[in-house]
Design a protein around this ligand. Sequence first.
Ligand SMILES: NC(=O)c1ccc[n+]([C@@H]2O[C@H](COP(=O)([O-])OP(=O)(O)OC[C@H]3O[C@@H](n4cnc5c(N)ncnc54)[C@H](O)[C@@H]3O)[C@@H](O)[C@H]2O)c1
Length: 298
Amino acid sequence: MGALEGRVAVITGAGRGLGREHALLFAQEGAKVVINDLGGAIDGSGDDRSPAEQVVDEIKAMGGEAIANADNVADWEGGQRLIQSALDAFGDLHVLVNNAGILRDRVLVNMTEDEWDAVIQVHLKGHFVPTRHAAAHWREQTKAGKEVKASIINTSSTSGLLGNPGQANYGAAKSGIASFTQIIAMELGRYGVRANAIAPAARTRMTEATPGLGDIVQPPDDPAKFDVWNPANVSPLVAYLATESCPATGKVFFVQGGTVRLFQPWTMTETIERSDRWTVDELAADMPKLLNEDATAR
Ligand SMILES: NC(=O)c1ccc[n+]([C@@H]2O[C@H](COP(=O)([O-])OP(=O)(O)OC[C@H]3O[C@@H](n4cnc5c(N)ncnc54)[C@H](O)[C@@H]3O)[C@@H](O)[C@H]2O)c1
């Protein structure tokens, strides 16, 4: 029996790249899958239903169950239709993988309002909208007395959690997604919903288009060697987090090749303190204790 037998999953941005790999593995492990993808270009422009439909065909060809959905995850009604499509087709929903994403890389001094808005919209709002509609369903189920064992897996990035120049829009959205994950894990636990995030590293059109990374992510010349950048390496962690009995919640994991690492959340370290308000001069004298601590921590 597959690890996801009986689970119904919505995977956003599943027509290509990482989402496609998640969908194929989920189906292999027995899940019924909604393949969401509006099929846009890497910058989010345009739409093309064929990538999502091809993944559905692949899943059906291996004996699995899947449907395609072409809604924009950042659109309120679109996100509602997406969640409803799982309920209509498969009668339930247990897993939401928020994965859809775009890139509009630019150094801050050249970044346009549109480049900022588009990236924040697709990633941050595109995580919020499907999550909000799925959470409403799970709350309803809990209130009706049903035991919910649901899982949300979000997609963050080291570009945000560790920082990457040229990606202020993308990095801000991806750090926001990590915080969003922590907070929804706190809020939705009472409805039987766990939430975690991954920060993946893999070969997709996104990394192939990233200056300096395009060559690094290519498969090894020797096919016997482990292809560390293969996007399929990321999906087993996502599938594990989607299983009914997985205990993890509120966590963020880096995942690449055969490596899974737990991120430490934002945390406070050294303190300077006095029993009265600081003056600027006093802070100037004492702050190096904190600043030097920060320098050694890096
Ligand atoms: N590839 C990496 O190494 C890497 C690293 C860190 C984070 N990520 C994140 O992983 C996720 C998947 O990226 P990928 O590398 O597979 O890229 P990708 O471009 O291959 O896949 C992203 C998919 O999302 C779809 N999409 C975009 N906007 C959408 C929208 N509004 N509604 C529905 N679908 C939409 C696209 O059509 C595309 O098929 C993204 O969130 C990305 O930021 C990837």
